[in-house]
Design a protein around this ligand. Sequence first.
Ligand code: DC
Length: 220
Amino acid sequence: MQLFHIAIDGPAGSGKSSISKELANQLNCVHIDTGAMYRAVTAIALRNQTPLDDVKTYQFLESSIFEYQKESIYVNGENLTDMIRDKTINQHVSLVSSIEYVRKKLVDVQQIIAEKYDVVMDGRDIGSVVLPQAQVKIFLTAEIEERAKRRIHEMGLDIPLKQMIDDIANRDLKDSTRMISPLTKASDAIVIDTTYLTKEQVIQAILIEIDKRKRQHAKH
Ligand code: DC
């Protein structure tokens, strides 16, 4: 049977991860938070104290095994889930994710997982690069102030809203202007502005799209 792939892209704080997680739960498929992978690579590189702009820093990816278990991310058996939400990771992850070698390695891992499972995969380049054949592509957006509030809440941070708005605006700029696989809406993605919607309403809207696609598929 053909596998079913759902690609969810959007900027930081648009609700991608929590919505994808819940959606995967309801659909009983695997959830892959690709941002967590870029964060994990950043955490390892920072811990190794190697220069982030040198491609040799990322040689460890030649022998790294990424695993997800119950929303936790493991690299070579080490649980990095807590470490990757640190604010120093926020500051450096855009640089790490702009390195071509890192992207190639992580996209390979993401595509290998998708060859085996029905997935809900969220990130920046899923509909455009990682899963261009995904049956359903969603692009989530939200106003920046709302995104900053969500991030503060999600990460349990005690920082001024303005600081988070600046952090997100800075990352948005870097993520959408980088040379390789910038944050882009795939031409066939459906845009959902989540600013004034509850998580449940967004999930409902996505489920309706999935249903439509499945019915179109069944006709052909
Ligand atoms: O979604 P997030 O904030 O956890 O993602 C962290 C960073 O990783 C983000 O600044 C951009 C990068 N990223 C990417 O370049 N491509 C992806 N598919 C996912 C994340």
